[in-house]
Design a binder for this molecule. Sequence first.
Ligand code: G1P
Ligand code: ZN
Length: 543
Amino acid sequence: MFIKTVASTPFSDQRPGTSGLRKKVSVFEQPNYLENFVQALFNSLSGVTGKTLVLGGDGRYYNDTAIQTIIKMALANGFGRVMVAKDGILSTPAASCVIRKYQAFGGIILSASHNPGGKDDDFGIKYNTSNGGPAPEKITEAIYARSKTLNSYRIADIDDVDISVLGETKIGDFTVEVFDGISDYVELMKTLFDFSDLKKLFASGFTMRYDALNAVTGPYARRILEEELGAPKGTVVNGTPLPDFGGKHPDPNLTYAKDLVDYMFGDNAPDFGAASDGDGDRNMILGNHFYVNPSDSLAVICANYQSAKGYADGLLGIARSMPTSQAANKVADALGIKCYETPTGWKFFGNLMDADKVTICGEESFGTGSNHIREKDGVWAVLFWLNILASRRQSVSEIVTDHWQKFGRNYYSRHDYEGIDSTAANGLMENLQSKFASLKGAKLGDYTVDIADNFAYIDPIDGSETTNQGVRILFTDGSRIIYRLSGTGTSGATLRVYLEKYEPDTAKQNQDAQSALSDLIKIADDLAGIASRTGMEKPTVIT
Ligand code: G1P
Ligand code: ZN
Protein backbone atom coordinates (compact mmCIF):
# COMPACT_ATOMS: atom_id res chain seq x y z
CA MET A 1 0.00 0.00 0.00
CA PHE A 2 0.85 3.68 -0.12
CA ILE A 3 2.72 4.00 3.15
CA LYS A 4 5.20 6.84 3.21
CA THR A 5 8.06 7.39 5.61
CA VAL A 6 8.47 11.12 6.01
CA ALA A 7 11.73 12.59 7.27
CA SER A 8 11.34 14.88 10.23
CA THR A 9 13.37 16.53 12.97
CA PRO A 10 12.69 16.18 16.69
CA PHE A 11 10.89 18.77 18.82
CA SER A 12 12.22 19.34 22.31
CA ASP A 13 8.92 20.29 23.98
CA GLN A 14 6.73 17.21 23.65
CA ARG A 15 6.66 16.12 27.27
CA PRO A 16 3.07 15.27 28.31
CA GLY A 17 1.88 17.06 31.46
CA THR A 18 -0.72 16.15 34.10
CA SER A 19 -3.07 15.12 31.33
CA GLY A 20 -1.51 14.68 27.90
CA LEU A 21 0.35 17.11 25.64
CA ARG A 22 -1.25 20.56 25.61
CA LYS A 23 -0.07 23.46 23.51
CA LYS A 24 -1.41 26.41 21.61
CA VAL A 25 -3.03 25.44 18.29
CA SER A 26 -0.25 27.35 16.52
CA VAL A 27 2.30 24.97 18.05
CA PHE A 28 0.39 21.94 16.82
CA GLU A 29 0.03 23.55 13.39
CA GLN A 30 3.80 23.57 12.84
CA PRO A 31 4.71 21.11 10.11
CA ASN A 32 5.24 17.59 11.54
CA TYR A 33 4.50 18.59 15.15
CA LEU A 34 1.41 16.42 15.62
CA GLU A 35 2.84 13.69 13.40
CA ASN A 36 6.05 13.49 15.44
CA PHE A 37 4.17 13.17 18.71
CA VAL A 38 1.84 10.50 17.35
CA GLN A 39 4.79 8.56 15.92
CA ALA A 40 6.64 8.82 19.23
CA LEU A 41 3.51 7.47 20.89
CA PHE A 42 3.15 4.59 18.44
CA ASN A 43 6.87 3.79 18.75
CA SER A 44 6.51 3.49 22.50
CA LEU A 45 3.70 0.90 22.21
CA SER A 46 4.39 -2.67 21.29
CA GLY A 47 2.05 -5.22 19.77
CA VAL A 48 -0.35 -2.87 17.99
CA THR A 49 -0.45 -4.91 14.77
CA GLY A 50 -4.03 -5.67 13.83
CA LYS A 51 -5.35 -4.05 17.02
CA THR A 52 -8.08 -1.45 17.53
CA LEU A 53 -7.51 2.22 18.35
CA VAL A 54 -10.38 4.41 19.59
CA LEU A 55 -10.27 8.02 18.40
CA GLY A 56 -12.28 11.13 19.17
CA GLY A 57 -12.21 14.43 20.95
CA ASP A 58 -14.08 17.33 22.42
CA GLY A 59 -14.81 19.01 19.09
CA ARG A 60 -12.40 21.88 19.58
CA TYR A 61 -10.57 23.62 16.73
CA TYR A 62 -8.03 21.34 15.00
CA ASN A 63 -9.84 18.14 16.01
CA ASP A 64 -10.88 17.43 12.42
CA THR A 65 -7.40 17.87 10.99
CA ALA A 66 -5.79 15.80 13.73
CA ILE A 67 -8.32 12.98 13.36
CA GLN A 68 -7.56 12.54 9.66
CA THR A 69 -3.79 12.57 10.30
CA ILE A 70 -4.09 10.02 13.10
CA ILE A 71 -6.26 7.65 11.04
CA LYS A 72 -3.60 7.67 8.32
CA MET A 73 -0.77 7.17 10.77
CA ALA A 74 -2.59 4.35 12.60
CA LEU A 75 -2.95 2.54 9.30
CA ALA A 76 0.72 3.08 8.47
CA ASN A 77 1.79 1.83 11.90
CA GLY A 78 -0.09 -1.46 11.66
CA PHE A 79 -3.34 -0.96 13.61
CA GLY A 80 -6.13 -3.12 12.18
CA ARG A 81 -9.03 -0.84 13.05
CA VAL A 82 -9.66 2.72 14.09
CA MET A 83 -12.98 3.35 15.82
CA VAL A 84 -13.59 7.03 15.31
CA ALA A 85 -16.56 8.76 16.90
CA LYS A 86 -19.07 10.37 14.54
CA ASP A 87 -18.04 13.98 13.88
CA GLY A 88 -15.12 13.27 16.19
CA ILE A 89 -17.34 13.91 19.23
CA LEU A 90 -16.31 11.67 22.10
CA SER A 91 -16.08 12.79 25.71
CA THR A 92 -13.12 11.58 27.73
CA PRO A 93 -15.34 9.35 29.92
CA ALA A 94 -17.10 7.96 26.84
CA ALA A 95 -13.69 7.17 25.29
CA SER A 96 -12.76 5.26 28.43
CA CYS A 97 -16.07 3.39 28.28
CA VAL A 98 -15.64 2.47 24.60
CA ILE A 99 -12.01 1.34 24.98
CA ARG A 100 -13.08 -1.02 27.76
CA LYS A 101 -16.27 -2.25 26.13
CA TYR A 102 -14.64 -3.15 22.80
CA GLN A 103 -11.35 -4.24 24.36
CA ALA A 104 -9.42 -1.80 22.22
CA PHE A 105 -5.63 -1.62 22.44
CA GLY A 106 -5.98 2.01 23.49
CA GLY A 107 -7.41 5.35 22.52
CA ILE A 108 -6.40 8.84 21.53
CA ILE A 109 -8.45 11.72 22.89
CA LEU A 110 -8.03 15.12 21.28
CA SER A 111 -8.69 17.69 23.92
CA ALA A 112 -7.11 20.30 26.11
CA SER A 113 -9.85 19.61 28.65
CA HIS A 114 -10.97 22.79 30.37
CA ASN A 115 -8.55 25.08 28.53
CA PRO A 116 -10.10 27.51 26.02
CA GLY A 117 -10.27 26.39 22.39
CA GLY A 118 -10.16 28.03 18.96
CA LYS A 119 -7.48 29.05 16.51
CA ASP A 120 -5.58 31.16 19.05
CA ASP A 121 -6.13 28.92 22.03
CA ASP A 122 -5.28 25.42 23.15
CA PHE A 123 -5.26 21.96 21.64
CA GLY A 124 -4.20 18.72 23.23
CA ILE A 125 -3.72 15.02 22.73
CA LYS A 126 -3.93 12.27 25.36
CA TYR A 127 -3.36 8.55 25.12
CA ASN A 128 -5.37 6.03 27.13
CA THR A 129 -4.39 2.40 27.56
CA SER A 130 -6.46 -0.77 27.27
CA ASN A 131 -7.93 -0.39 30.77
CA GLY A 132 -9.50 2.85 29.52
CA GLY A 133 -7.33 5.02 31.76
CA PRO A 134 -4.76 7.74 31.07
CA ALA A 135 -1.36 6.40 30.10
CA PRO A 136 0.81 5.98 33.19
CA GLU A 137 3.99 7.99 33.54
CA LYS A 138 6.22 5.22 32.26
CA ILE A 139 4.44 5.49 28.90
CA THR A 140 4.27 9.30 28.80
CA GLU A 141 7.96 9.51 29.68
CA ALA A 142 8.78 6.93 26.99
CA ILE A 143 6.87 9.04 24.45
CA TYR A 144 8.83 12.11 25.50
CA ALA A 145 12.14 10.25 25.30
CA ARG A 146 11.36 9.04 21.78
CA SER A 147 10.09 12.43 20.66
CA LYS A 148 13.51 13.90 21.38
CA THR A 149 15.26 11.71 18.83
CA LEU A 150 12.53 11.08 16.31
CA ASN A 151 13.61 11.62 12.72
CA SER A 152 10.76 10.20 10.66
CA TYR A 153 7.13 9.19 10.81
CA ARG A 154 4.94 6.81 8.85
CA ILE A 155 1.70 7.85 7.23
CA ALA A 156 -0.63 6.33 4.64
CA ASP A 157 -1.37 8.27 1.49
CA ILE A 158 -5.15 7.83 1.47
CA ASP A 159 -8.15 10.14 1.12
CA ASP A 160 -9.72 11.70 4.17
CA VAL A 161 -12.44 9.54 5.73
CA ASP A 162 -15.95 11.01 6.01
CA ILE A 163 -16.51 10.92 9.76
CA SER A 164 -19.97 12.46 9.56
CA VAL A 165 -21.60 9.17 8.50
CA LEU A 166 -21.85 6.03 10.65
CA GLY A 167 -20.39 2.88 9.14
CA GLU A 168 -17.21 1.14 8.07
CA THR A 169 -14.65 1.91 5.38
CA LYS A 170 -12.17 -0.82 4.44
CA ILE A 171 -8.73 0.00 3.11
CA GLY A 172 -7.02 -3.33 2.51
CA ASP A 173 -6.90 -5.11 5.89
CA PHE A 174 -7.50 -1.86 7.69
CA THR A 175 -10.95 -0.70 8.80
CA VAL A 176 -12.16 2.71 9.85
CA GLU A 177 -15.38 2.43 11.81
CA VAL A 178 -17.36 5.60 12.44
CA PHE A 179 -19.47 4.93 15.53
CA ASP A 180 -22.00 6.82 17.63
CA GLY A 181 -19.93 8.26 20.48
CA ILE A 182 -22.96 8.75 22.71
CA SER A 183 -24.87 5.43 22.85
CA ASP A 184 -22.38 3.11 24.56
CA TYR A 185 -21.95 5.65 27.31
CA VAL A 186 -25.70 6.03 27.83
CA GLU A 187 -26.05 2.23 28.04
CA LEU A 188 -23.36 2.12 30.71
CA MET A 189 -25.12 4.81 32.77
CA LYS A 190 -28.31 2.72 32.67
CA THR A 191 -26.50 -0.15 34.36
CA LEU A 192 -25.44 2.13 37.25
CA PHE A 193 -28.47 4.32 37.79
CA ASP A 194 -32.16 3.62 37.84
CA PHE A 195 -33.47 5.76 34.99
CA SER A 196 -37.09 5.05 35.93
CA ASP A 197 -36.58 6.64 39.37
CA LEU A 198 -35.00 9.66 37.74
CA LYS A 199 -37.90 9.92 35.28
CA LYS A 200 -40.25 10.06 38.25
CA LEU A 201 -38.16 12.81 39.80
CA PHE A 202 -38.51 15.00 36.71
CA ALA A 203 -42.21 14.05 36.36
CA SER A 204 -42.76 15.32 39.91
CA GLY A 205 -41.81 18.84 38.81
CA PHE A 206 -38.15 18.78 39.81
CA THR A 207 -36.24 21.38 37.81
CA MET A 208 -32.64 21.67 36.73
CA ARG A 209 -30.28 23.47 34.39
CA TYR A 210 -27.32 21.74 32.79
CA ASP A 211 -24.77 24.07 31.18
CA ALA A 212 -22.59 22.20 28.69
CA LEU A 213 -20.55 25.37 28.03
CA ASN A 214 -20.72 24.67 24.25
CA ALA A 215 -18.43 21.72 24.85
CA VAL A 216 -18.59 17.97 24.40
CA THR A 217 -21.22 16.93 26.96
CA GLY A 218 -24.11 18.75 25.27
CA PRO A 219 -25.18 15.75 23.16
CA TYR A 220 -24.77 13.37 26.13
CA ALA A 221 -26.77 15.56 28.49
CA ARG A 222 -29.52 16.17 25.95
CA ARG A 223 -29.84 12.47 25.19
CA ILE A 224 -29.92 11.46 28.86
CA LEU A 225 -31.74 14.32 30.58
CA GLU A 226 -34.13 15.50 27.90
CA GLU A 227 -34.72 12.36 25.82
CA GLU A 228 -34.37 9.53 28.34
CA LEU A 229 -35.41 11.17 31.60
CA GLY A 230 -38.08 13.53 30.31
CA ALA A 231 -36.58 16.78 31.55
CA PRO A 232 -38.12 19.65 29.56
CA LYS A 233 -36.37 20.80 26.39
CA GLY A 234 -34.09 23.67 27.29
CA THR A 235 -32.91 21.98 30.50
CA VAL A 236 -29.56 21.66 28.71
CA VAL A 237 -28.14 25.02 27.69
CA ASN A 238 -25.11 25.70 25.47
CA GLY A 239 -25.60 22.11 24.31
CA THR A 240 -23.92 22.13 20.90
CA PRO A 241 -20.15 21.53 20.86
CA LEU A 242 -18.44 24.44 19.08
CA PRO A 243 -14.79 24.58 17.91
CA ASP A 244 -14.12 27.64 20.08
CA PHE A 245 -16.73 26.80 22.76
CA GLY A 246 -18.53 29.96 21.68
CA GLY A 247 -15.69 31.98 23.20
CA LYS A 248 -16.34 30.46 26.64
CA HIS A 249 -13.66 29.05 28.88
CA PRO A 250 -15.08 25.54 29.25
CA ASP A 251 -14.20 25.07 32.89
CA PRO A 252 -17.08 24.42 35.27
CA ASN A 253 -16.17 26.57 38.23
CA LEU A 254 -17.43 29.71 39.93
CA THR A 255 -15.43 31.98 37.65
CA TYR A 256 -15.86 30.45 34.21
CA ALA A 257 -19.37 29.04 34.57
CA LYS A 258 -20.57 32.34 35.98
CA ASP A 259 -23.77 32.46 33.90
CA LEU A 260 -24.91 29.22 35.49
CA VAL A 261 -23.86 30.36 38.95
CA ASP A 262 -25.77 33.64 38.55
CA TYR A 263 -28.82 31.74 37.34
CA MET A 264 -28.67 29.33 40.28
CA PHE A 265 -28.42 32.25 42.69
CA GLY A 266 -31.13 34.25 40.91
CA ASP A 267 -34.85 34.68 41.52
CA ASN A 268 -36.05 31.85 39.32
CA ALA A 269 -33.39 29.32 40.19
CA PRO A 270 -34.26 25.66 39.60
CA ASP A 271 -33.68 22.90 42.16
CA PHE A 272 -30.40 21.71 40.72
CA GLY A 273 -27.65 23.03 38.46
CA ALA A 274 -24.64 21.38 36.88
CA ALA A 275 -21.95 22.01 34.32
CA SER A 276 -19.14 20.06 32.73
CA ASP A 277 -15.88 20.97 31.02
CA GLY A 278 -14.46 20.84 27.49
CA ASP A 279 -14.02 17.06 27.34
CA GLY A 280 -16.70 16.07 29.85
CA ASP A 281 -14.70 14.70 32.73
CA ARG A 282 -15.24 17.55 35.19
CA ASN A 283 -18.43 18.58 36.94
CA MET A 284 -19.76 21.40 39.05
CA ILE A 285 -22.78 20.81 41.27
CA LEU A 286 -25.09 23.57 42.46
CA GLY A 287 -28.36 23.70 44.32
CA ASN A 288 -30.89 26.50 44.48
CA HIS A 289 -28.74 29.32 45.93
CA PHE A 290 -26.11 26.79 46.94
CA TYR A 291 -22.65 25.84 45.67
CA VAL A 292 -21.28 22.38 46.43
CA ASN A 293 -17.53 22.37 46.88
CA PRO A 294 -16.11 19.45 44.81
CA SER A 295 -14.42 17.91 47.85
CA ASP A 296 -17.78 17.94 49.64
CA SER A 297 -19.47 16.55 46.55
CA LEU A 298 -17.12 13.55 46.64
CA ALA A 299 -17.85 13.00 50.32
CA VAL A 300 -21.63 13.34 49.88
CA ILE A 301 -21.66 10.92 46.94
CA CYS A 302 -19.70 8.36 48.97
CA ALA A 303 -21.90 8.77 52.04
CA ASN A 304 -25.02 8.27 49.89
CA TYR A 305 -23.74 5.35 47.83
CA GLN A 306 -26.89 3.39 48.55
CA SER A 307 -28.96 5.82 46.48
CA ALA A 308 -27.57 4.44 43.22
CA LYS A 309 -28.33 0.88 42.22
CA GLY A 310 -24.86 0.22 40.78
CA TYR A 311 -23.24 0.98 44.14
CA ALA A 312 -25.81 -0.30 46.61
CA ASP A 313 -23.70 -3.36 47.51
CA GLY A 314 -21.09 -1.09 49.09
CA LEU A 315 -17.84 0.64 48.29
CA LEU A 316 -14.49 -1.15 48.13
CA GLY A 317 -12.66 1.99 49.16
CA ILE A 318 -12.33 5.66 48.31
CA ALA A 319 -9.41 7.58 46.84
CA ARG A 320 -8.77 11.31 46.72
CA SER A 321 -5.89 13.34 45.38
CA MET A 322 -3.65 14.82 48.04
CA PRO A 323 -4.90 18.43 47.77
CA THR A 324 -8.56 17.31 47.91
CA SER A 325 -10.10 17.96 51.33
CA GLN A 326 -10.19 15.27 53.96
CA ALA A 327 -14.02 15.22 54.01
CA ALA A 328 -13.94 11.89 52.15
CA ASN A 329 -11.74 10.42 54.90
CA LYS A 330 -14.46 11.07 57.45
CA VAL A 331 -16.94 9.13 55.32
CA ALA A 332 -14.48 6.30 54.73
CA ASP A 333 -13.88 6.05 58.50
CA ALA A 334 -17.62 5.87 59.14
CA LEU A 335 -18.05 3.20 56.47
CA GLY A 336 -15.05 1.23 57.76
CA ILE A 337 -13.24 1.41 54.43
CA LYS A 338 -9.91 2.83 53.39
CA CYS A 339 -9.36 6.29 51.88
CA TYR A 340 -6.23 6.43 49.70
CA GLU A 341 -4.34 9.68 49.11
CA THR A 342 -2.70 9.97 45.69
CA PRO A 343 -0.86 12.67 43.73
CA THR A 344 -2.87 15.07 41.58
CA GLY A 345 -4.13 13.61 38.31
CA TRP A 346 -6.63 10.87 37.58
CA LYS A 347 -3.97 8.48 36.32
CA PHE A 348 -2.96 7.68 39.89
CA PHE A 349 -6.37 6.15 40.63
CA GLY A 350 -6.11 3.57 37.82
CA ASN A 351 -4.02 0.97 39.63
CA LEU A 352 -6.21 1.17 42.73
CA MET A 353 -9.34 0.64 40.67
CA ASP A 354 -7.81 -2.17 38.61
CA ALA A 355 -6.81 -3.92 41.85
CA ASP A 356 -10.35 -3.54 43.27
CA LYS A 357 -9.13 -1.35 46.12
CA VAL A 358 -11.45 1.59 45.45
CA THR A 359 -14.87 2.21 43.95
CA ILE A 360 -15.19 6.01 44.03
CA CYS A 361 -12.44 8.58 43.47
CA GLY A 362 -12.33 12.34 43.41
CA GLU A 363 -10.28 15.47 43.08
CA GLU A 364 -10.92 18.96 44.38
CA SER A 365 -10.60 20.18 40.80
CA PHE A 366 -14.21 19.29 39.98
CA GLY A 367 -13.40 15.66 39.19
CA THR A 368 -15.41 12.74 40.49
CA GLY A 369 -15.83 9.24 39.16
CA SER A 370 -15.85 5.55 39.87
CA ASN A 371 -14.52 2.22 38.70
CA HIS A 372 -17.20 2.02 35.96
CA ILE A 373 -14.48 3.50 33.73
CA ARG A 374 -10.94 4.79 34.29
CA GLU A 375 -11.53 8.52 33.92
CA LYS A 376 -13.37 11.06 35.97
CA ASP A 377 -16.86 11.55 34.66
CA GLY A 378 -18.91 14.75 34.71
CA VAL A 379 -22.27 13.38 33.57
CA TRP A 380 -21.88 10.41 35.93
CA ALA A 381 -21.51 12.80 38.88
CA VAL A 382 -24.64 14.67 37.82
CA LEU A 383 -26.58 11.41 37.56
CA PHE A 384 -25.31 10.30 40.96
CA TRP A 385 -26.52 13.54 42.49
CA LEU A 386 -29.88 13.12 40.76
CA ASN A 387 -30.16 9.69 42.37
CA ILE A 388 -29.40 11.14 45.78
CA LEU A 389 -31.99 13.87 45.22
CA ALA A 390 -34.51 11.30 43.98
CA SER A 391 -34.08 9.05 46.97
CA ARG A 392 -33.79 11.69 49.69
CA ARG A 393 -36.29 14.20 48.32
CA GLN A 394 -34.44 17.02 50.08
CA SER A 395 -32.82 20.06 48.57
CA VAL A 396 -29.12 20.13 47.71
CA SER A 397 -28.45 22.55 50.56
CA GLU A 398 -30.29 20.34 53.07
CA ILE A 399 -28.33 17.29 51.96
CA VAL A 400 -24.96 19.04 52.27
CA THR A 401 -25.80 20.75 55.56
CA ASP A 402 -26.95 17.42 57.00
CA HIS A 403 -23.67 15.93 55.86
CA TRP A 404 -21.66 18.57 57.72
CA GLN A 405 -23.70 18.04 60.85
CA LYS A 406 -22.95 14.36 60.77
CA PHE A 407 -19.30 14.39 59.68
CA GLY A 408 -18.11 17.91 60.45
CA ARG A 409 -17.34 20.51 57.81
CA ASN A 410 -14.01 20.70 56.05
CA TYR A 411 -13.89 24.35 55.05
CA TYR A 412 -11.98 24.34 51.82
CA SER A 413 -10.82 26.63 49.04
CA ARG A 414 -8.29 26.71 46.23
CA HIS A 415 -6.62 29.95 45.19
CA ASP A 416 -5.05 30.00 41.73
CA TYR A 417 -2.48 32.54 40.57
CA GLU A 418 -2.46 32.11 36.81
CA GLY A 419 0.03 33.27 34.22
CA ILE A 420 2.85 34.08 36.63
CA ASP A 421 6.48 34.13 35.66
CA SER A 422 7.95 30.60 35.76
CA THR A 423 11.16 31.71 37.45
CA ALA A 424 9.21 33.49 40.20
CA ALA A 425 7.00 30.42 40.65
CA ASN A 426 9.95 28.05 40.92
CA GLY A 427 11.70 30.43 43.31
CA LEU A 428 8.64 30.53 45.53
CA MET A 429 8.48 26.74 45.71
CA GLU A 430 12.22 26.41 46.37
CA ASN A 431 12.07 29.00 49.11
CA LEU A 432 9.28 27.09 50.83
CA GLN A 433 11.26 23.87 50.68
CA SER A 434 14.27 25.53 52.25
CA LYS A 435 12.09 26.28 55.31
CA PHE A 436 10.93 22.72 56.02
CA ALA A 437 13.39 22.02 58.84
CA SER A 438 12.63 25.25 60.70
CA LEU A 439 8.88 24.88 60.24
CA LYS A 440 8.48 21.64 62.14
CA GLY A 441 6.75 22.51 65.42
CA ALA A 442 6.59 26.22 64.54
CA LYS A 443 3.59 28.29 65.57
CA LEU A 444 1.92 30.18 62.72
CA GLY A 445 -0.94 32.26 64.10
CA ASP A 446 -3.16 29.88 66.07
CA TYR A 447 -1.75 26.87 64.28
CA THR A 448 1.19 24.60 65.03
CA VAL A 449 3.03 22.94 62.15
CA ASP A 450 3.07 19.17 62.43
CA ILE A 451 4.70 18.29 59.11
CA ALA A 452 6.21 20.42 56.32
CA ASP A 453 7.27 18.37 53.32
CA ASN A 454 7.00 17.79 49.61
CA PHE A 455 4.43 15.08 48.93
CA ALA A 456 5.75 11.82 47.50
CA TYR A 457 3.74 8.72 46.70
CA ILE A 458 4.58 5.07 46.44
CA ASP A 459 1.91 3.31 44.42
CA PRO A 460 0.67 0.48 46.68
CA ILE A 461 0.02 -1.76 43.68
CA ASP A 462 3.12 -1.50 41.50
CA GLY A 463 5.55 0.16 43.92
CA SER A 464 6.34 3.03 41.54
CA GLU A 465 7.42 6.24 43.26
CA THR A 466 6.28 9.74 42.32
CA THR A 467 7.98 12.67 44.01
CA ASN A 468 7.70 16.44 44.13
CA GLN A 469 3.89 16.48 44.16
CA GLY A 470 3.32 19.61 46.19
CA VAL A 471 4.50 21.36 49.34
CA ARG A 472 2.38 20.42 52.34
CA ILE A 473 2.13 22.41 55.53
CA LEU A 474 0.13 20.15 57.81
CA PHE A 475 -1.02 21.54 61.13
CA THR A 476 -1.60 19.60 64.32
CA ASP A 477 -5.38 20.24 64.23
CA GLY A 478 -5.73 18.71 60.75
CA SER A 479 -5.78 22.06 58.92
CA ARG A 480 -3.60 22.24 55.83
CA ILE A 481 -1.98 24.61 53.38
CA ILE A 482 -0.74 23.01 50.15
CA TYR A 483 1.23 24.73 47.40
CA ARG A 484 1.55 23.21 43.92
CA LEU A 485 2.49 24.34 40.46
CA SER A 486 0.02 23.33 37.77
CA GLY A 487 1.06 20.71 35.23
CA THR A 488 -1.62 21.53 32.66
CA GLY A 489 -1.01 25.16 31.71
CA THR A 490 0.31 26.28 28.33
CA SER A 491 1.79 29.66 29.18
CA GLY A 492 3.81 30.78 32.21
CA ALA A 493 3.15 29.07 35.51
CA THR A 494 0.08 28.67 37.68
CA LEU A 495 0.47 28.51 41.44
CA ARG A 496 -2.31 26.65 43.24
CA VAL A 497 -2.76 27.19 46.97
CA TYR A 498 -5.13 24.78 48.69
CA LEU A 499 -6.55 25.71 52.09
CA GLU A 500 -8.43 23.49 54.48
CA LYS A 501 -9.76 23.75 58.03
CA TYR A 502 -11.95 21.26 59.88
CA GLU A 503 -14.97 22.48 61.84
CA PRO A 504 -16.85 19.86 63.86
CA ASP A 505 -18.99 22.41 65.75
CA THR A 506 -22.39 22.54 64.02
CA ALA A 507 -22.93 26.08 65.29
CA LYS A 508 -19.91 27.26 63.30
CA GLN A 509 -20.53 25.49 60.01
CA ASN A 510 -22.47 28.14 58.16
CA GLN A 511 -19.77 30.70 57.46
CA ASP A 512 -18.63 31.71 54.05
CA ALA A 513 -15.58 29.55 53.21
CA GLN A 514 -13.31 32.55 52.47
CA SER A 515 -14.08 34.11 55.85
CA ALA A 516 -13.67 30.84 57.70
CA LEU A 517 -10.29 30.38 56.04
CA SER A 518 -9.11 33.98 56.26
CA ASP A 519 -6.42 33.32 58.88
CA LEU A 520 -4.99 30.43 56.86
CA ILE A 521 -5.09 32.54 53.69
CA LYS A 522 -2.96 35.16 55.39
CA ILE A 523 -0.52 32.59 56.75
CA ALA A 524 -0.22 31.06 53.27
CA ASP A 525 0.68 34.41 51.75
CA ASP A 526 3.13 35.39 54.50
CA LEU A 527 4.89 32.05 54.48
CA ALA A 528 5.39 31.87 50.72
CA GLY A 529 5.62 35.58 49.98
CA ILE A 530 3.04 35.15 47.24
CA ALA A 531 2.26 38.83 46.72
CA SER A 532 5.87 39.96 46.82
CA ARG A 533 7.21 37.17 44.62
CA THR A 534 4.47 37.08 42.00
CA GLY A 535 3.42 40.71 42.08
CA MET A 536 -0.18 39.55 42.40
CA GLU A 537 -2.24 40.92 45.26
CA LYS A 538 -5.01 38.38 44.84
CA PRO A 539 -5.68 35.10 43.06
CA THR A 540 -7.09 35.02 39.52
CA VAL A 541 -9.48 32.19 40.32
CA ILE A 542 -10.96 31.17 43.65
CA THR A 543 -12.90 27.93 43.92
C1 G1P B 1 -5.48 20.06 36.99
C2 G1P B 1 -6.13 19.66 38.29
C3 G1P B 1 -6.02 18.17 38.49
C4 G1P B 1 -6.62 17.45 37.29
C5 G1P B 1 -5.99 17.96 36.01
C6 G1P B 1 -6.67 17.38 34.78
O1 G1P B 1 -4.12 19.74 37.01
O2 G1P B 1 -5.55 20.34 39.38
O3 G1P B 1 -6.66 17.79 39.68
O4 G1P B 1 -6.43 16.06 37.39
O5 G1P B 1 -6.11 19.38 35.93
O6 G1P B 1 -8.03 17.71 34.71
P1 G1P B 1 -2.97 20.82 37.36
O7 G1P B 1 -3.16 21.97 36.39
O8 G1P B 1 -3.23 21.26 38.75
O9 G1P B 1 -1.68 20.08 37.19
ZN1 ZN C 1 -11.41 17.68 31.32
